[in-house]
Write a protein that binds this ligand. Sequence first.
Ligand code: VGL
Ligand code: ZN
Length: 224
Amino acid sequence: MEIEKLKPTPSVKINDKDALVIVDVQNDFMPDGALGVKGGDEIIDSINQFSDKFHKTENVVILTQDWHPPKHLSFASSHNKRPYEPYESEGIGPILWPDHCVQGSNGARFHDTLETKFANAIIRKGYRPTIDSYSAFIENDGKTYTGLSGYLKVLGKKRVFICGLALDYCVYYSAIDGRNLGFEIVVLVDLSKAINSPPGQLSNALKQMVEIGVNFVKSENVTK
Ligand code: VGL
Ligand code: ZN
């Protein structure tokens, strides 16, 4: 499914059971970063405007931060393989990555221009040496929780807006897990950019999200 074929919801009104999850706006996912995402830098100003609009006492904002130990098993360098080569094992894959978002490194820091003052919480993920975590909710082994669902549930949150990087990995897996955990999910299409490796990853991700009932909206059509 092509991104142009999505039918975004015409308008969405924010209510007090909403949360916003801003995924992995970190230096290594900027176009010149270790795992560069094309256009990753172009969405930051609009993300800031959206989180400003979204933020009020009852609307929590959560940032996620990819946070790998050195020699993480998702890194191609840990297998003597090349980045973006196909690779599948429990908790890892479908491809291997360049070394990125190493704990405490500059690449793992949020981009300087990302406004972080609205964040109520920061969820770090991918910090277990042998398990990756694309999703903000459940790691790639399918059973290790990050704690985000519990956080949102005790606060009475029903709907989660998701944006950031990358649309076909961490945003996608977060959206699917969020649906399966019982949340309404709204992906902010203009505030997300994709990696699209392997080719077709993005169209498959869009198709799966549509099938599971994820909604899409343009940030300009979300009102207070
Ligand atoms: C991501 C690949 C590896 C992402 C994180 O944030 O989408 N993708 N680690
Ligand atoms: Zn990662």
